[in-house]
Ligand binder design. Structure first.
Ligand code: TYM
Length: 333
């Protein structure tokens, strides 16, 4: 059966291998035979202070990354969140459905707000209700994300169920399923295999950016953290070897092979052999995307036309759903 897919990516610049392997590569696979909506979530980005000029260029770069990775602008609805007002309107309604206790359990808020919670934006706190609004407005059945978004998706399901209960409308809001890869769904930092690869990491050496050139890729992989043992032959041995697990996981994911096959290929070999093979594979798969992003960024008008078309289509679907939501709420609009 056709799935209704929704996912979003923040335009915070420097999209990396984690975003690609955890999310965007799956968006591309899902576009065949499903109805897909892919959103650049600029309203989520401003939960942390943004430079308006940079936000604009990062939004275009994110669209360029979607297209360069293989998303078809005709097949999919591609747009930016702030241009479709139903998202913020429904998010407010969901703020009133959600419970404070639920928000207090969100680990991403705790991580992002750090020690100074009093100084975090209110938007950062209610970030997950906006994410729920994004997904639920389109009756989405499936949401492809990396493992770090799992808790937000569980919350989205709780919010959907509570809305249906509160307004006595079973099935009106579709309860979506997360689509998270079973293995290596969290790509880790090249400098610390226990930390997520993240745009906000202060060390650029810890991430492979989709814009990195060949020399950069070779140098970052060469300097990636390792341990002192030869590469293992079983999955069990990877449990206590996060860096080996991460590099082998990236290799498996990019080569589309099961981890067992990758382990057989590299067992007993040293890290420098794996690093040579991995650099070559990243260059083969990622550099063409980086080059295409650069090309697309030279044609801003085209990128804007993709956004405008996507906005029109997203606006149509979401405004119809929002009208029905208003009826359920008892709004005279
Ligand atoms: P964001 O912008 O942080 O990340 C975009 C996507 O990339 C995935 N990802 C990773 N996957 C594996 N390993 C990593 N190291 C890694 N880093 C990032 C994320 O899981 C995500 O799928 N809240 C979302 C954006 C969002 C959204 C939505 C997603 C807003 N509304 C509705 C799905 C549906 C976020 O901040 O993603």
């Amino acid at each position: 059966m056709k799935k209704k897919i929704f996912s979003g990516v923040q335009p915070t610049g420097n999209l990396h291998l984690g975003n690609y392997l955890g999310a965007i590569k799956n968006f591309v696979a899902l576009q065949e035979g499903n109805d897909c909506v892919y959103c650049v979530v600029d309203l989520h980005a401003i939960t942390i202070k943004q430079d308006p000029k940079l936000l604009k260029s990062n939004t275009l770069e994110t669209i360029a990354t979607f297209l360069a990775s293989g998303l078809d602008a005709k097949k999919n609805i591609i747009f930016n969140q702030s241009s479709v007002s139903a998202h913020s309107e429904f998010a407010w309604i969901l703020n009133c459905v959600s419970r404070i206790g639920w928000m207090n359990r969100m680990t991403q808020f705790k991580e992002k707000a750090g020690n100074n919670k009093e100084n975090a934006s209110v938007g950062l706190y209610v970030y997950p209700t906006l994410m729920a609004a994004d997904i639920l407005l389109y009756d989405s059945t499936h949401v492809p994300v990396g493992d770090d978004q799992k808790q937000h998706l569980e919350l989205t399901r709780d919010i959907a169920q509570k809305f249906n209960n509160d307004f006595n409308c079973d099935g009106f809001i579709t309860v979506p399923e997360p689509l998270i890869q079973k293995e290596f769904s969290r790509i880790m930092s090249l400098k610390d295999g226990t930390k997520k690869m993240s745009k906000s990491d202060p060390s650029s050496q810890s991430i492979i950016s989709l814009n990195d050139d060949k020399e950069n890729i070779v140098s970052k992989i060469k300097k990636a953290k390792t341990d002192s043992l030869p590469l293992p032959s079983t999955k069990v041995e990877l449990k206590d070897r996060p860096e080996a697990g991460n590099l082998l996981g990236i290799y498996s994911n990019l080569s589309e092979n099961k981890i067992e096959k990758t382990l057989t290929e590299f067992k007993g070999k040293n890290f420098s052999y794996l690093k040579d093979q991995l650099s070559a594979l990243i260059i083969e798969k990622i550099c063409p995307i980086g080059e295409e992003i650069k090309k697309l960024l030279n044609d801003k008008n085209y990128l804007i036309s993709v956004l405008n078309k996507g906005t029109e289509r997203a606006d149509l679907i979401s405004s119809i759903k929002l009208k029905k939501i208003h009826e359920k709420m008892g709004f005279l609009s």
